[in-house]
Ligand binder design. Structure first.
Ligand SMILES: *[C@@H]1O[C@H](CO)[C@@H](O)[C@H](O)[C@H]1NC(C)=O
Ligand SMILES: *[C@@H]1O[C@H](CO)[C@@H](O)[C@H](O)[C@H]1NC(C)=O
Ligand SMILES: *[C@@H]1O[C@H](CO)[C@@H](O)[C@H](O)[C@H]1NC(C)=O
Ligand SMILES: *[C@@H]1O[C@H](CO)[C@@H](O)[C@H](O)[C@H]1NC(C)=O
Length: 177
């Protein structure tokens, strides 16, 4: 938690400052369904082009969903240093997509990916709608100045009514341009 707070402080403090120039490469983007009665179709893939990684995929729910929680954690490792956990937080997805989180870090990351979805995500999540993400990428300019060059492993674990729904893995590396 101390690390998370320090990190968020850095994000808050240096936000909007455009001196940083990073290359964010995603090596693995995977999505696995834990409850196939609710998520009936999905895909997730990453395309590399020059210095950017583009994420695409789709999701179809078999029923209207009103409540999803997401546990999000990220570990980073750097040369000659032990792997550290940068954050481990539990979020209410409906609150996140209705912009209910004041935290800038959450908002900026969510908004930068949400703009690549074929509809403005909202709760309840619609049944039988093909939610499609098309060539999403993170604008490197939103990243704070103080981030270390590192390898990161991010995991998102989704639950519906306290039961496993799906999990997602995002592995990659952040380097200076
Ligand atoms: C989707 O939901 C309907 C109605 O609830 C059910 O009959 C059907 O078997 C479900 N499909 C899958 C793939 O679970
Ligand atoms: C992250 O690090 C923690 C310990 O610091 C470890 O328990 C966990 O398995 C790691 N997670 C991943 C996705 O590597
Ligand atoms: C959903 O949309 C994606 C992207 O356009 C497409 O690849 C996929 O086949 C669609 N799935 C269904 C079941 O319509
Ligand atoms: C990526 O490469 C393109 C062209 O090769 C360049 O215009 C752009 O500034 C680069 N972006 C970063 C983040 O280095």
């Amino acid at each position: 938690m101390v690390l998370l707070r320090l990190y968020l402080l850095a994000v808050g403090g240096y936000f909007g400052c455009c001196l940083a120039s990073y290359v964010l490469q995603v090596d693995l983007f995977s999505f696995a369904v834990d409850d196939p009665a609710i998520i009936v179709s999905q895909s997730a893939y990453v395309e590399q082009e020059q210095n950017r990684s583009y994420l695409s995929g789709h999701l179809i729910f078999n029923k209207t969903v009103n409540e999803i929680t997401m546990r999000s954690s990220m570990n980073i490792s750097r040369p000659r240093l032990p792997e550290v956990r940068l954050f481990d937080v539990k979020l209410n997805v409906c609150q996140m997509i209705s912009n209910g989180y004041k935290n800038r870090f959450v908002r900026v990351f969510y908004n930068s990916y949400a703009s690549f979805v074929n509809t403005r995500p909202a709760c309840p999540i619609k049944a039988n709608f093909n939610y499609t993400l098309t060539r999403a990428y993170l604008n490197e300019k939103v990243l704070p100045e103080l981030l270390p060059q590192c390898i990161f492993r991010m995991q998102l674990v989704f639950q519906h009514q306290s039961k496993p729904l799906a999990h997602m893995q995002l592995n990659g590396r952040l380097s200076r341009a």
